[in-house]
Design a binder for this molecule. Structure first.
Ligand code: SF4
Length: 144
């Protein structure tokens, strides 16, 4: 595909997601806690459970009994209607931050978010840091 066609494609589809790397480089967490409190699932594996239990200075059995549920073979620390605040304190700080799971570390670099401009903008409506990063890139690129 020639460069012009690619550019035309990016203009009409996925203009923002085509700038994923740039947007992510501008991302700075605003610590609203909105992503942690969104009604999704946080799956964890045994290594992640051990790390979080270690940060909290509790044993793994206590962690499993008090902070997890099993669903469809997954171990979850947060799910819709289960621990909606996850490990956030009253200041929206993650109290297991040093041991937080991979999914939390990689946010907002999730394939579901970068599927389309529509999904990206939907997430940006939730996440102030992502919204801000998009605004910075739009301003730098002079995009309306
Ligand atoms: S483990 Fe921490 S960073 Fe991950 S969702 Fe829970 S509170 Fe948020």
């Amino acid at each position: 595909m020639c460069k012009l066609i690619i550019m035309k494609y990016e203009e009409s589809f996925g203009r923002m997601v085509s700038m994923k790397s740039l947007i992510l480089s501008k991302f700075k967490c605003k610590q609203t806690g909105a992503c942690c409190r969104d009604s999704g699932y946080v799956r964890v594996n045994s290594v992640q459970i051990q790390k979080m239990a270690s940060v909290l200075e509790i044993d793994v059995a206590y962690f499993l009994n008090n902070f997890t549920i099993k669903k469809n073979g997954w171990t979850l620390i947060a799910a819709p209607n289960y621990r909606p605040d996850c490990f956030l304190d009253e200041n929206n700080r993650c109290t297991v931050y040093e041991g937080r799971p991979a999914a939390c570390k990689s946010y907002p670099n999730w394939s579901t978010i970068w599927d389309s401009d529509e999904s990206l903008l939907k997430e940006a409506a939730l996440c102030k840091g992502l919204e801000n990063a998009i605004e910075i890139v739009k301003s730098e690129k002079k995009i309306n």
